[in-house]
Design a protein around this ligand. Structure first.
Ligand code: LLP
Length: 417
């Protein structure tokens, strides 16, 4: 559930009219709802209350400082994949001691930064990375907390680009080799083995693949114990899907309790969750203005002022996101449109074949854009990135100003005469 609703046929973000925000801040712009973010995070946290746990929001979904700050105030942990994301978490008031660091390619400076900041754990993806973390920790005379990401080899049944738990994917360590890799880790002087983690993919709409992965990881935890390696936490990754169209993913509470049901006898095992999309996707919309309507021979096009550089999910994954009118009261004729941006690529579309009642100048909102929207935005076609706005009840906060043209060539130089 989210807080983007119609009142008298006008789309509102919490108590504020979306049309008013567009008027004040111009389009395209992202609008986030604080109440929705908090509601989604709390759904995970409350469902897990009976078990030691930490909800580590996956920063990659939306790394705006305003968003991170809202989560930090709730006491959230954070799942990061770069030094840049760690810097954002710290800048936003997040606690580094609640940070887990995922990703296959951590550099030495990133590891050093994370060790100095005192993060909770490195989620390690290879032996080479164990060696690198050990070396950097030794140089700093510290012990690095680590967890090993195992690849449980389950099919997440999601889009191949966002499926991560199969042997064919680059992520994690195969189950069969995990014991040996843990033994290797325990032989390294500057590592402290803390946990185990897995992440099988994103936008999962069924609970069963999560359960299958958990079963495999729990079996490994027991096998490790018989080898004298005791773990204090289990990180189940993220990946819970959301409703974009007609998907029926389990609610966070249902997902969390299904997993915790497997852990009733393991109260000493702290559980970490890394949700990104389930918290942010439906907490944001992308608002765009119709520039022109164009009748082709086969199709009608609504050319809007947002494009694939603002929201790449439709182009990249053929993702379907709902496109709705900001003002539903307007008397317009209905027609089917491909909603396209101004970028010079055939793949530049936000939605295809959408029945809309629109004219030039009308506002549209692309729903479910809070996750993997702005964070995947680019300056392609030298377009400035959109403004980001956070609504909190009756109040509107600009949490990122629209870029200016000079931002486009910041750091660039022409050649000397
Ligand atoms: N943990 C790890 C290690 C991850 O790789 C990811 C996402 C997450 C947590 C968060 O997953 P979530 O709860 O958001 O599903 N750009 C794609 C999604 C890529 C997800 C990558 N990893 C999209 O727009 O659909």
């Amino acid at each position: 559930m989210d807080f983007f609703n119609y009142k008298n046929q006008q789309l509102f973000a919490e108590n504020v009219s979306v049309a008013k925000i567009a008027q004040d801040f111009n389009t395209p712009c992202y609008i986030y709802s604080r109440a929705t973010i908090e509601r989604h995070w709390n759904a995970f946290d409350q469902a897990a209350h009976s078990h030691p746990h930490l909800v580590c929001y996956a920063v990659k979904a939306n790394s705006n400082l305003g968003v991170l700050n809202v989560l930090a105030r709730l006491g959230s942990g954070f799942d990061i994949v770069s030094g840049g994301e760690l810097a954002r978490v710290i800048e936003a008031g997040g606690d580094p001691a609640k940070v887990v660091f995922s990703g296959v390619g951590k550099t030495e400076p990133e590891i050093e930064y994370a060790l100095e900041a005192g993060i909770y754990c490195f989620n390690v993806e290879s032996e080479a990375e164990l060696g690198r973390i050990n070396k950097v920790a030794a140089e700093l005379d510290k012990k690095a907390p680590i967890s090993i990401r195992v690849n449980p080899d389950v099919d997440a049944k999601t889009h191949p680009y966002i499926s991560t738990g199969l042997k064919a994917n680059k992520f994690g360590i195969e189950r069969e080799r995990a014991i040996d890799v843990y033994k290797y880790a325990s032989s390294l002087s500057h590592l402290e083995i803390k946990g185990i983690d897995c992440h099988i993919g994103s936008q999962l709409t069924e609970v069963q693949p999560f359960i299958d992965a958990l079963d495999k990881v729990l079996a490994l935890i027991d096998e490790l114990a018989t080898n004298g390696i005791e773990l204090s936490h289990l990180d189940v990754g993220g990946g819970l899907g959301v409703t974009y169209q007609d998907e029926t993913p389990p609610a966070p509470a249902e997902y969390v309790s299904a997993l915790l049901d497997k852990l009733t006898n393991r109260k000493n095992l702290k559980v970490m969750f890394e949700p990104g999309r389930a918290i942010m996707a439906n907490a944001g919309v992308l608002v765009t203005k119709v520039e022109f309507l164009k009748q082709g021979e086969e199709k009608n096009f609504a050319i809007v002022d947002a494009a694939m550089n603002d929201l790449i999910r439709p182009s990249l994954y053929s993702a379907w996101q709902n496109i709705i009118q900001v003002d539903e009261s307007l008397e317009r004729e209905s027609a089917n449109y491909d909603v396209v941006g101004p970028i010079c690529e055939t793949g530049d579309f936000l939605g295809k074949d959408r029945a809309l009642k629109i004219e030039s100048g009308d506002l549209l909102a692309v729903r479910s854009s809070g996750a993997y929207g702005f964070t995947m935005a680019s300056n392609y076609n030298s377009r400035v990135r959109a403004a980001e706005i956070m609504v909190d009840g009756d109040t509107v906060h600009l949490v990122r100003a629209r870029e200016e043209l000079v931002d486009l060539w910041k750091g660039e130089a022409v050649l000397p005469e």
